[in-house]
Structure formats: structure tokens, C-alpha cells
Design a protein around this ligand. Structure first.
Ligand SMILES: NC(=O)c1ccc[n+]([C@@H]2O[C@H](COP(=O)([O-])OP(=O)(O)OC[C@H]3O[C@@H](n4cnc5c(N)ncnc54)[C@H](OP(=O)(O)O)[C@@H]3O)[C@@H](O)[C@H]2O)c1
Length: 227
């Protein structure tokens, strides 16, 4: 079961909708169970013409307890508090972190990166969850909510992914590849996450400069990426 922690925002809900349409049962997590249930009810109504997989809403803690694969989609300012609430339930699981460390978190620009002491937001997540047997992966950082929510259109973007555990990355890749148009690219260990996270403010800046909302990224010229 996949649980999206902080799944009521545009990024998490976009991922949840795409996964449900692709036939993956999904739990939408929130700090407040009522909010999660309300948003899931509205989402099911919105997607009534699709044969979606089971979708339910829960408090983040319950969502973390119920899921095997957790996708974290909260802003950087909420990262520590959210992870502390779910820490008791992450043992033996995979956590995919979508957090982009943007300067907007401290009142600056969303088109600028915020340096994170641990090296990246995903490594910060691994640091906060230290002592737990949880496989942290950075992914989804480069896919904007505009692309995710542009249903039913394909998502014209690669999903760069970093993490230390090969099996966990294989499991994450299998799921993320279900998003139409998305190609998952494993860039290496979690220490590479900062490279992925830096692309997000770049794309945001390009969207602002060229008045778009669908900026994405494709890696070309490396045939083995498609094997
Ligand atoms: N939006 C994008 O296009 C995009 C693209 C790439 C990466 N990302 C990353 O994905 C993450 C989510 O993005 P988003 O735009 O969906 O974020 P968001 O709407 O600001 O927040 C997502 C959810 O996090 C919870 N939350 C918000 N503020 C919180 C706080 N102070 N404390 C605890 N929980 C809080 C809320 O859920 P509840 O109120 O239900 O608890 C909210 O619905 C961010 O880290 C962002 O950098 C976003």
C-alpha cells in the first residue's frame, strides 16, 4: 500500500490521483483525518469517470502505519515535525521524499535553492529518521503539480531518483513508472539528491520567466537509461 504523507496539497494529491488512475491503491494523509477524508471524497467525485483503485484518507500517522511505501509531500518547514510524527511507523519501509528545499521556506524566492546542512532535503529526512530501518529515496522533486494534475494528459518529464538501496529504488521505480509519460532515471546514491533538488527551483524560475506552468526535464543521449 502506498501512503502519501501530506497528500492534501497539490503535489501529494497529484501523485495520489495519478497512482489511483494507474490502478494503485493509495492513502492520502493529512494532519487532520477529517481533511483527508473530505479531500478524498471530492477527488473520487472528480475522478468518477475513471476506474480508479481504492483511495482513502487518514491522519498522517495512520497512513504511515498502513503503508509500505510512504511518499512525503510536505513543505520544507513542515519536514521535521511531520517526520517526527510518523517516525514510530517507518520501520522496514521505503520513504520517497519529494521535498524541494526552496528559498521560499524562509521568505525568499521559489526559484532559488536553500542550502540544507545535511546536503539535501532527502538527506535531512534520512538524518531525522536515523536509527530506523527505512530506505530513503529522493524522487518526484522535478515533476510539478501542474503536470501531475493535468489529467488525463501524459506527464512530459523524467523523474530523477536517488537513494542508497537498490531494491528500494527498484520498487519505487516500478510504481513511479506507472505515471503516464514519466521515465524514472536512477542518478545514484542519496548523496546525489542535492543535484535533483536543485533542478526544481530552476524549473520554477523558467516557468516564471517564460510564463508557463508545465516546465519539465528530459535526459537524452544515454540509450542504456531505457534498458
Ligand atoms: N508543488 C509542486 O509543483 C512541487 C514540485 C516538486 C516538489 N514539490 C515539493 O513537494 C512538497 C509538497 O508541495 P505542495 O506544493 O503540495 O505543498 P503544500 O501544499 O504547501 O503542502 C502540502 C501539505 O503539507 C501539509 N502542511 C503544509 N504546511 C504545513 C506545516 N507548516 N506543518 C505541517 N504540515 C503542513 C498540509 O497538509 P495538511 O494540512 O493536510 O496536514 C499541506 O496540504 C514540497 O516539499 C515541495 O517542495 C512540490
Amino acid at each position: 500500500m502506498i501512503s502519501v504523507i501530506g497528500g492534501t496539497g497539490p503535489q501529494g494529491l497529484g501523485i495520489a490521483k495519478r497512482l489511483a488512475i494507474a490502478g494503485e491503491p493509495v492513502i492520502v494523509g493529512s494532519r487532520k483525518e477529517d481533511k483527508a477524508l473530505k479531500i478524498v471524497k471530492e477527488t473520487k467525485e472528480e475522478l468518477k469517470d475513471y476506474d480508479i483503485a481504492d483511495m482513502t484518507g487518514m491522519a498522517n500517522e495512520d497512513a504511515a502505519k498502513a503503508g509500505d511505501i510512504l511518499i512525503l509531500t510536505v513543505p520544507l518547514v513542515a519536514q521535521t515535525a511531520t517526520l517526527k510524527t510518523i517516525k514510530p511507523f517507518v520501520e522496514g519501509k521505503i520513504l520517497i521524499d519529494a521535498t524541494a528545499p526552496l528559498e521560499a521556506a524562509i521568505g525568499g524566492k521559489a526559484s532559488c535553492i536553500l542550502d540544507v546542512y545535511e546536503g539535501s532535503a532527502a538527506e535531512r529526512t534520512a538524518h531525522i529518521l536515523a536509527g530506523c530501518d527505512v530506505k530513503v529515496i529522493a524522487a518526484f522533486n522535478n515533476i510539478s503539480n501542474s503536470l501531475l494534475l493535468n489529467i488525463p494528459n501524459d506527464i512530459d518529464c523524467d523523474c530523477l531518483m536517488a537513494g542508497d538501496d537498490k531494491e528500494a529504488k527498484a520498487a519505487a521505480k516500478e510504481i513511479i513508472n506507472k505515471l503516464p509519460g514519466v521515465r524514472v532515471i536512477d542518478v545514484g546514491k542519496l548523496e546525489k539528491a542535492h543535484l535533483i533538488e536543485t533542478i526544481t527551483p530552476l524549473l520554477i524560475g523558467l516557468n516564471i520567466k517564460y510564463k508557463s506552468q508545465f516546465g519539465g526535464i528530459r535526459i537524452t543521449g544515454i540509450p542504456k537509461l531505457d534498458e
